[in-house]
Design a protein around this ligand. Sequence first.
Ligand code: FEO
Length: 401
Amino acid sequence: MLKPIEIIEDLFYVGVNDRTKALFENLWPLQKGVSYNSYLLNDEKTALFDTVDICYSDIFLQKLETALKGKQLDYLIINHMEPDHSGSMGLLRLKYPNIEIVGNAKTLDMVKGFYGISQGVRLIKDGEELSLGKHKLQFHLTPMIHWPETMMTYETTKKIIFSGDAFGTFGTLDGGITDKQLRPEKYWNEMIRYYSNIVGKYGSPVQKALEKLSHLELDVICSTHGPVWTEKKNIAQVISMYNRMSKYEADKGVVIAYGSMYGNTEQMAEAIAAEIAALGIRDIILHNVSKRAHSYIIRDIFKYKGLMIGSPTYNNQLFPEIESLISKLEGLNMKNRYFGYFGSYTWAGAAIKRLSTFSDLPGFELVGQPVEMKQSLQIDTVEACCALGRAMATRLNADDN
Ligand code: FEO
């Protein structure tokens, strides 16, 4: 039987690792797996923070029973209802029929809708408190990080924030649970990918939540995914990353995402990239959208200020993989990027028209003249691609002044 891990006095990790699922939300690749974090505060009263995906209920309930050390479970605090965290709630209620399920009005509506539970629940409001004995909890509603019911729970004695999805990462916890026990640098890119893929649409609610958190002293961050953050420099880093990403701020660099059936559009991308490099930009990432999962392309688009998209015309539309990528970016409210685009066709052009609509997204600043190529790369198209690359590099370099 797996043992729970004591993070600090009275606080136990009872979460699990998922190295089995291929896709998170059946959409985003899990090459390094993911953890579903759940925590128990074992005080005079006992409180559990979120549960885990139903596939792991058995291991989770065993860990919980050990961490309780023979006590009853008094409260289940629900910070987030997405089933990767609420999935074990029904089985938990069967095992501990007297637990009180604590959540806000939107949460309790979902508890009833997903699990048919409407008895033994406690409705809390923003700012309300609950004492467990030595430990006192404060509830802070933080809607849309990542669903409308999401909230964070602050423990006032040890200054712990149970933050839900916020500050979470993809990647399993291999042995260690806290940042002191593992190498945080393994997780930074996976934090950006998690944020951009899952929470990226909700920049404005994230800003509101960060404003709320700025009034609290934080010594421990217990997210529902990835490491527990305990070191001051890491706590500062994760908050700073969330602040930048939620404002759609990014580093100097360019992502060139292109579709290409036979390599002609890819040659346009190569010509553009070479010219950008010639003007001193070092971070240039070319993504062939048919070869790279969009999850990683979106991560890089959140990292870099310049974005260029190229597509052949396919069935009188965009290349389907490019259409899929830009539809995801539109869904994420992507903004605040320098944008350039290019496309190709054999007998009738359509790609450039659709990319032109995409370039109208709020906060997109168009750079250079879009380039449309018929059939194959000729000298005039090379020159047009170079001009487009120069326009992007010049715009990025201008920010240095
Ligand atoms: Fe980890 Fe929004 O669920």
